[in-house]
Design a protein around this ligand. Structure first.
Ligand SMILES: *Cc1c(COP(=O)(O)O)cnc(C)c1O
Length: 392
């Protein structure tokens, strides 16, 4: 590209892989399921892995590769493979690298889908798991077994926004020679790059902040060449391919990632500060508020606090529902990482089927509200929350 070592915001815009020969300025969309060969010999060579020609879009596609290539650069990893959703990324990173008889250590707070995959599906295929305390790393050594293959964690966690010390977790994996796999969905590479702390794999739901406008589903795994090659072989044969159209949307989104994430964080910090002393709330949680229990770690490893703010309503479950109904601008929808601000009330929705005790055990309190702070004017969305709080 250029002689200069480029900044990530420049890479997200300028890194490109294949061009069509038409000198197009922006990323072309290769909506094709397969690729042609001029001769039997060139087709043989492609199938024999003697060339890197595209064969079939379940294996590779130039538009998908452009997205994966940019993400690998942004995550400071050698290589990447893009898939159809965040869960496809998480699942492939497990299935490609673990076998029956292996053991995985996971932090107790993690995305619901990931929790189900680990506790229900991996178990059926003979892969055992141990859940460890999310923030107390001192107890993790006791969870290690001779067959431990991988540590899996996310930070910040969803929805409690706990922060795990990526450097300490990296030292733990190095000491025990296990694969260090981090879901970097909540922070994005704009705020933290787990590879700096020794992460072997970084997975993402591209559906969230990477797309950033609630348009498409997508996922990506980045890491060292050898591990990603294993994931490629698993995906090439099992089929969670990312649609080239979705990859094209995601590549377009990456061009504004840096600008968007900083604005999301600015709005979120303003919101957290504005709500901190609101009399209807018993607490506000945001990684860059000094009151956050892991504030020091957050400051050490993140460039800003992220786009999610959580707070607890004094009035419990009923107040939570009233609050949601009183919102005038903010959307009620089960997504996050959108230009539109989104509110969710886990106790009456995603965790509504659990008993109160079960909810408490996974950190879901009755009045917990999670706001995915959008790109609207901060004053407008803070106004919306404050007027809704008045009504409950
Ligand atoms: C949403 C999410 C996922 C799953 O991603 P999908 O694109 O919905 O499959 C995984 N991890 C985290 C932290 C998420 O928020």
């Amino acid at each position: 590209m250029s002689e200069r070592k480029l900044h990530p915001s420049t890479i997200a815009i300028r890194a490109q892989t294949k061009r069509t020969g038409q000198m197009e300025h922006s990323t072309p969309l290769f909506l094709t399921s397969s690729f042609t060969f001029e001769t039997a010999e060139s087709m043989r060579a492609a199938f024999a892995d003697e060339t890197d020609d595209n064969i079939y879009s379940r294996y590779s596609n130039p538009t998908v590769d452009e997205f994966a290539g940019k993400m690998a650069l942004l995550e400071k990893c050698e290589s990447g493979f893009a898939v159809a959703s965040g869960m496809a990324a998480v699942f492939s990173s497990f299935m490609a690298l673990m076998s029956a008889g292996d053991h995985i250590i996971c932090c107790r707070s993690m995305f619901g889908g990931t929790n189900t995959v680990v506790t229900k599906f991996l178990k059926r295929f003979g892969i055992e798991h141990t859940m460890v305390d999310t923030t107390d790393i001192s107890g993790w050594d006791a969870a290690v077994k001779p067959n431990t293959k991988m540590l899996y964690l996310e930070t910040p966690t969803n929805p409690q926004l706990e922060i795990i010390d990526l450097e300490a977790a990296g030292a733990f994996c190095k000491k025990h020679h296990i694969i260090y796999n981090v879901d970097n969905c909540f922070a994005t590479p704009v705020l933290q790059t787990p590879a700096d702390f020794g992460a072997d794999l970084v997975v993402h739901s591209a559906t969230k902040w990477l797309d950033g406008q609630g348009r498409v589903l997508g996922g990506i795994v980045t890491g060292g060449k050898d591990l990603i090659h294993e994931i490629y072989l698993f995906c090439r044969n099992s089929g969670p391919a990312l649609s080239p159209f979705n990859a094209w949307v995601l590549t377009k989104s990456l061009e504004t990632l840096d600008v968007r994430i900083h604005r999301h964080c600015e709005n979120a910090l303003k919101m957290a500060q504005a709500l901190e002393n609101n009399s209807k709330l018993s607490g506000v949680k945001y990684p860059f508020l000094p009151s956050h229990p892991q504030y020091e770690i957050a400051k050490k490893q993140m460039k800003a606090g992220g786009g999610i703010v959580c707070f607890e309503l004094k009035g419990g479950i009923e107040a939570g529902r009233k609050f949601m109904d009183a919102l005038q601008i903010i959307s009620l929808t089960p997504n996050l990482g959108d230009s539109r601000s989104i509110a969710s009330h886990p106790a009456s929705t995603t965790h509504g089927k659990l008993t109160e005790a079960e909810r408490e055990s996974v950190g879901i309190t009755p009045g917990l509200i999670r706001i995915s702070v959008g790109l609207e004017d901060a004053d407008d969305i803070i106004w919306d929350i404050e007027q809704a709080l008045e009504k409950c």
